[in-house]
Design a protein around this ligand. Structure first.
Ligand SMILES: NC(=O)c1ccc[n+]([C@@H]2O[C@H](COP(=O)([O-])OP(=O)(O)OC[C@H]3O[C@@H](n4cnc5c(N)ncnc54)[C@H](OP(=O)(O)O)[C@@H]3O)[C@@H](O)[C@H]2O)c1
Length: 312
């Protein structure tokens, strides 16, 4: 099978498409033909080892000191089950599934074997492979941080999402809408239209206005891009209000119940895939370069093969 191999940390060009052995399907695993994956901010951070200070050492210890220990990067996938191990009960051949592998990586490939108990579930019935692959990264992160901020515990909380147009941002906006909060977002004026399309009326464009001067107060402030801080926003919080950020040491944890929740929301049309660009697998270097620039709106998807190839 083809896979994008990352044999050293560095710029997008370190990724090279190569032929590698097909993964085996063990007794507790399903073999998935990946139809789509996504290039997320986390992927480019790992590829380029883009962290500062002592975290670089931590990352090298976790991921591999001189090069990634797991050379096939990529953490999200949507595809078709093509083989099941003998102990598998939840999945059948030909079913469409999507999932997230976290630090196991391995999704920049045509096939992946995953444990039935890993973060994998059936795709929303109304989702394309591209849409399904675009959802897990941003949504898992948004669910983790907004749960942590207590979005479910306050009645109609006033919420500010800073950096609302990235993968995490667009998921957080939709999740906030689902919880029926009073929402204000901060993004660049380039993102204003997208926010309007997601039903947000209160948009502060950071290139036109200093959001810290708003007279409003909030119960929750979620920094979804890691580019502001609690000291900067503290005066905007109501008493007892919470500030949470993707930019600290707190890491979002992936849970299968969250993936199932995402599927339900998508099927109820409470969650939309916001896809900025789609690249073929052969252009994965270009996809990484685009995500590296840090300006994408929503998600960048990579398709592994023509859908027609496997439609039966
Ligand atoms: N802690 C965790 O567990 C965790 C999990 C996932 C992600 N993260 C981190 O969360 C961050 C966001 O992830 P992501 O995948 O959503 O990133 P992303 O999609 O690459 O974010 C890009 C978006 O951020 C906007 N942006 C850039 N600079 C901004 C600024 N100064 N103020 C407001 N918006 C700005 C860009 O639009 P404009 O340029 O038009 O403003 C663009 O839409 C990343 O740093 C990632 O590493 C952390």
């Amino acid at each position: 099978m083809k896979a994008a191999i990352c044999s050293q940390y560095g710029p997008p060009e370190v990724l090279q498409l190569q032929e590698v052995a097909m993964p085996l399907c063990k007794d507790n695993e399903i073999l998935v033909k990946i139809m789509a994956t996504a290039v997320n901010s986390g992927d480019v951070r790992v590829r380029g080892l883009v962290v500062s200070g002592f975290l670089k050492i931590v990352m090298r210890l976790v991921l591999g000191f001189f090069k990634p220990r797991r050379p096939i990067l990529g953490t999200v996938y949507a595809g078709i089950v093509v083989e099941t191990g003998k102990n598998i009960s939840q999945f059948k051949v030909d079913e469409k599934v999507f999932g997230i592998t976290g630090f196991k990586f391995g999704t920049y490939a045509e096939y992946i074997s995953v444990n039935e108990k890993s973060i994998v579930t059936h795709m929303p019935i109304n989702a394309s492979f591209e849409a399904a692959a675009s959802l897990p990264f941003g949504w898992h992160t948004a669910i983790h941080f907004l749960e942590r901020a207590g979005i479910e515990n306050v009645k109609k909380p006033k919420v500010l999402i800073y950096g609302s147009t990235g993968s995490v941002g667009v998921a957080a906006v939709q999740l906030a809408n689902y919880f029926n909060v009073a929402l204000t977002v901060v993004c660049s004026s380039e993102g204003r239209e997208l926010m309007r399309n997601l039903g947000v009326d209160n948009v502060i464009c950071y290139d036109l206005q200093d959001f810290t001067q708003t007279p409003q107060k909030f119960d929750i402030i979620f920094d979804a891009v890691g580019k502001t801080s609690k000291p900067v926003c503290k005066h905007l919080l109501n008493t007892g209000g919470n500030f949470v950020t993707v930019g600290g040491l707190d890491m979002a944890t992936e849970k299968v119940i969250h993936l199932q929740f995402i599927r339900q929301l998508f099927e109820k049309r409470k969650c939309r895939a916001i896809i900025d660009r789609v690249y073929p697998f052969s252009d994965i270097v270009a996809a990484h370069a685009y995500v590296d620039a840090g300006r994408k709106k929503g998600d960048v998807v990579v398709t592994m093969c023509e859908i027609d190839e496997v439609v039966k």
